[in-house]
Ligand binder design. Structure first.
Ligand SMILES: [Cu+2]
Length: 345
């Protein structure tokens, strides 16, 4: 029997519900009411809102609710990448990457997004935008439709699978919208929590920037460089080498969990922490996809993972994309582990 035929039978069994369903899918919710588009204006100047959102590397606890009201507005905003390098980014919530959305498996997200690119003060003209949540199971033609400047979309979805997922703008050219900054992370915690307890957690979104310097000194997004996959910077959380300049902090003996997403849009990430091993690595952030004792997790574009490791002793633990050309472009950071108390932020 051919492999294709075997795969076909497997799909039929799992596709008919009931017996073939995995445990995690028994309570799955597919689809949701039709998305609503209006010219309704936001009543707040806040560009994002909702207790389920936080700015990486912080990961707020999942709010104690089954339904999460979340707003992420699209802006065209100037972003400082590093000293002397600014460009007009297209953002979710005014930040690059967009805020981390943290919910629990089975929770419902009531999502609102206003395209505020018509409010831009820069020379970046108003542009249609959209959002695609990889954590959702909905009709893309409905929920991920384009939202014209000034318009608001509302839709909802249920997080069926635990994991670390990407969200991004899906408007054409998608490559263009992603390299302008329209990327972010969703973390879906398993319904009954994780099988391990950790002392510290961080969220890291790896992504590339493609920029070119104009005579004026301003930087512009460089689509040609992106098509050739020649990144200007590879970053953790939008800024090259930021955690070398301001390391993350932990203590010797602590168990650390990192939620890592490779947003790409073009490169892979070979994520590694020098001086320790990943006791557990859950591919795409789902504890059912467990690997043990890993030196590196390899993440294709849009893949995520949760890695957990012990800080063995006091020291500086450098984390990298072990594709070292990417380190030269900024994909490097540090966790400094000292015994002294860590100042809260
Ligand atoms: Cu967009």
């Amino acid at each position: 029997m051919s492999v294709v035929l075997l795969l076909g039978i497997s799909w039929l069994v799992s596709g008919c519900g009931g017996e073939g369903q995995t445990e995690s899918l028994k309570e799955a919710v597919y689809g949701s009411p039709e998305a609503q588009i209006s010219m309704e204006k936001p009543t707040t100047s806040e560009l994002y809102s909702g207790a389920a959102l936080s700015i990486a590397p912080e990961v707020n606890p999942v709010p104690n609710a089954k339904v999460h009201e979340v707003r992420l507005d699209v802006t065209h905003s100037e972003i400082q990448v590093t000293e002397g390098v600014k460009f007009v980014a297209w953002t979710f919530g005014g930040t690059l990457p967009g805020p981390v959305l943290h919910v629990r498996q089975g929770d419902r997200v009531r999502f609102t997004m206003t395209n505020r690119s018509d409010q831009t003060v820069s020379f970046s003209p108003p542009t249609p935008h959209s959002i695609d949540f990889h954590a959702a199971m909905v009709n893309p033609a409905d929920k991920y439709r384009e939202v014209i400047p000034g318009a608001t979309i509302k839709f909802e979805w249920v997080a069926n699978y635990p994991g670390v997922f990407m969200y991004h703008c899906g408007s054409p050219a998608i490559l263009q919208h992603m390299i302008y900054g329209m990327i972010g992370m969703t973390i879906v915690e398993p319904k009954n929590g994780y099988p391990t307890k950790v002392d510290r957690e961080f969220a890291l979104v790896q992504s590339e920037l493609y920029l070119t310097k104009m005579k004026s000194g301003m930087y512009l997004v460089d689509m040609e460089a992106a098509k050739q996959k020649k990144a200007t910077y590879v970053t953790f959380n939008g800024i090259p080498k930021q955690y070398v300049d301001k390391p993350l902090q932990a203590k010797p003996g602590e168990r650390v969990r990192i939620y890592i997403l490779n947003a790409g849009p073009n490169g892979t990430s070979s994520f590694h922490v020098v001086g320790t091993l990943f006791d557990k690595a859950w591919f795409d952030g789902n504890p059912q996809n467990e690997q043990r004792g890993l030196q590196t997790v390899i993440l294709g574009s849009s893949n995520g993972a949760i890695v957990e490791f012990v800080i063995p002793e006091a020291g500086t633990y450098t984390f990298v994309d072990h594709e070292f050309a990417d380190v030269e472009l900024g994909a490097v950071g540090q966790i400094v582990a000292k015994s002294e108390a860590i100042a809260s932020k």
